[in-house]
Design a binder for this molecule. Structure first.
Ligand SMILES: Cc1cc2nc3c(=O)[nH]c(=O)nc-3n(C[C@H](O)[C@H](O)[C@H](O)COP(=O)(O)O)c2cc1C
Ligand code: SF4
Length: 499
């Protein structure tokens, strides 16, 4: 089969990207095939940072040759001679196993020069992930692979044009690549028929939480419902300990929450989307009635605060603000009447203005949960009235920065929401309410940068990688220095003047 024929089969299979975004693999391959530049690179996203997701690990441990074969087919299509698998840093044993599989493929003449006696030269290397969720975002992943800070970059130019080392690059998830050999051998149409007309094939579902039989299950898309997945004796086997289901969290921390009355939704990309849900990474976290929804959502919000890379204001400042409001909502004495409105406004802002998918999807769980269980939220939001002035001011300030942050020209230290972190007093911008002056952050080093940097982790990473890891400092942080203001503008200069 020639390259165009293989791409045609992948298109006919309607393989939707299994990494979470569900972008059609056929279209991605077609776009890259149309681009003329050489060399082209094949990169596999095996970062698998989404909590509740462990299917890529399963593939790499149990059927690594499927992944290697899928990448080799892609190399044949695009004439690539180098491929990289970016494996989650914590998956040490998986990395070792995959290295062995690559070595045996090489020994069998299935990788390296003149594969199977033909003209194709292709080899695969492993890159150990940098330990941050955002490194799974494909542009951050390529930066991290090159040894740069694992932060997303602006697109366009798309990775198909300017990717790894500035060359055209294909980035696909492990499960996406692992499906390619089946598509080529059985044909795109047969693969499509295995699944749903709008998204062919099978999907690996990761069941975890309060489910009797947690694990990875392969299910044909469109052939069973969420109820089947959780309650069927061959799959989840029901709720552990005989409890009652309270909700499901689908697709990872950035995915929506499903109510028990949505259990009859068919498990396919389009049916879940119509019901306001999503397949995402394939995670299905099952939670029983012992779980307090607002406490669960506070934990989700904490995850995003910890994982925000700090590059853009809406996420860097918005995520801690969401956590604070969520924590208030979880505490009946602390919730205020406007807390829910504030959360909604922040969520809208982050969704529209955050630089990458991490910030844009950080409040998806909250929004869907509020829709699904309004009474749980409103019960606690009946305290005193919120301080609207201060909140509006925070919102304005966050909203004012995305353009500046997006072009990456300068990153402004966000002293205005840092009071929520309880940062150390140092600079008191003029004209602010007294509590903000008291708690603002030193201009030279951003407090969340210090908090998130986790330098111990980085040192460990370097040591374990023979000193080769993470050049240029901590890859978990944005690496940015706070913006000091436009020194020619007296008003801005005054804001950053030391007391
Ligand atoms: C914050 C963030 C984290 C992500 N993490 C992963 C990941 O761990 N694995 C993955 O395959 N895709 C992840 N993605 C999606 C990738 O950016 C990209 O869409 C995917 O690797 C493309 O492959 P696919 O089309 O085969 O799904 C993440 C996206 C975002 C925004
Ligand atoms: S700070 Fe911006 S760029 Fe960084 S993870 Fe959040 S949304 Fe993405």
């Amino acid at each position: 089969m020639d390259p165009a024929g293989i791409v045609g089969e992948v298109k006919a299979a309607r393989l939707l990207g299994r990494g979470g975004a569900a972008y059609p693999a056929g279209s991605k391959w077609e776009q890259l095939l149309a681009i003329e530049g050489f060399p082209k690179y094949i990169v596999c996203n095996a970062d698998e940072g989404e909590p509740g997701t462990f299917k890529d690990r399963f593939i790499m441990e149990r059927v690594p040759f499927r992944l290697i074969e899928g990448m080799t087919i892609a190399a044949r299509v695009f004439g690539a001679s180098e491929g990289y698998v970016y494996v989650r840093g914590e998956y040490r044993s998986v990395q070792k196993g995959l290295l062995k599989a690559i070595a045996s493929a090489r020994a069998a003449g299935l990788l390296g020069r003149g594969i199977m006696g033909g003209a194709l030269d292709f080899d695969v290397s492993i890159v150990s992930g940098a330990g941050a969720y955002v490194c799974g975002e494909n542009s951050a992943l390529l930066n991290s692979t090159q040894g740069l800070a694992g932060r997303p970059r602006i697109k366009p130019p798309h990775l198909a044009e300017v990717g790894l080392f500035g060359a055209p690059t294909l980035v696909n998830n492990v499960e996406s690549f692992a499906n390619v050999p089946a598509i080529v051998s059985m044909g795109g149409k047969a693969f499509l028929d295995l699944g749903h007309p709008e998204g062919g094939g099978t999907k690996l579902v990761c069941l975890s939480g309060h489910v009797a039989r947690p694990g990875v299950y392969e299910v044909p898309l469109g052939s069973l419902t969420l109820r089947d997945a959780v309650f069927s004796p061959e799959l989840g086997g029901g709720i552990r300990g005989g409890g009652r289901l309270k909700f499901l969290h689908l697709g990872g921390q950035s995915g929506p929450v499903a109510r028990p009355d949505q259990l009859d939704t068919v498990y396919s990309y389009s049916d879940l989307r119509k019901a306001g849900l999503s397949v995402g990474s394939g995670a299905v976290v099952v939670l029983d009635e012992s779980v307090r929804l607002t406490a669960y959502l506070s934990a989700v919000a904490r995850f995003f605060v910890r994982e925000s890379c700090g590059k853009c204001g809406p996420c860097r400042d918005g995520a801690p603000a969401v956590l604070k409001l969520m924590t208030e909502l979880d505490d009946p004495g602390a919730a205020r009447r406007g807390t829910l409105d504030q959360l909604k406004a922040l969520s809208d802002l982050m969704n529209e203005a955050a630089f990458c998918g991490l910030g844009r999807t950080a409040t998806v769980a909250f929004r869907s949960a509020w829709k699904a269980f309004p009474e749980e939220f409103e019960r606690n939001a009946l305290g005193v009235s919120a301080s609207r002035g201060r909140f509006a001011w925070v919102m304005r300030a966050i909203a004012g920065r995305p353009a500046r942050d997006a072009i990456g020209a300068s990153i402004r230290c966000s002293w205005l929401v840092h009071p929520l972190h309880r940062g150390r007093p140092s600079v008191a911008p003029k004209g602010l309410p007294s509590d903000r002056g008291r708690l603002s952050v030193p201009p030279s080093v951003c407090a969340p940068f210090r908090a998130r940097a986790d330098m111990r982790g980085t040192r460990r990473f370097r040591k374990e990688n023979g000193g080769s890891g993470s050049p240029g400092g901590c890859r978990r942080s944005c690496g940015a220095r706070p913006w000091r203001g436009n020194r020619d503008d007296p008003a801005e200069k005054a804001m950053f003047r030391r007391k």
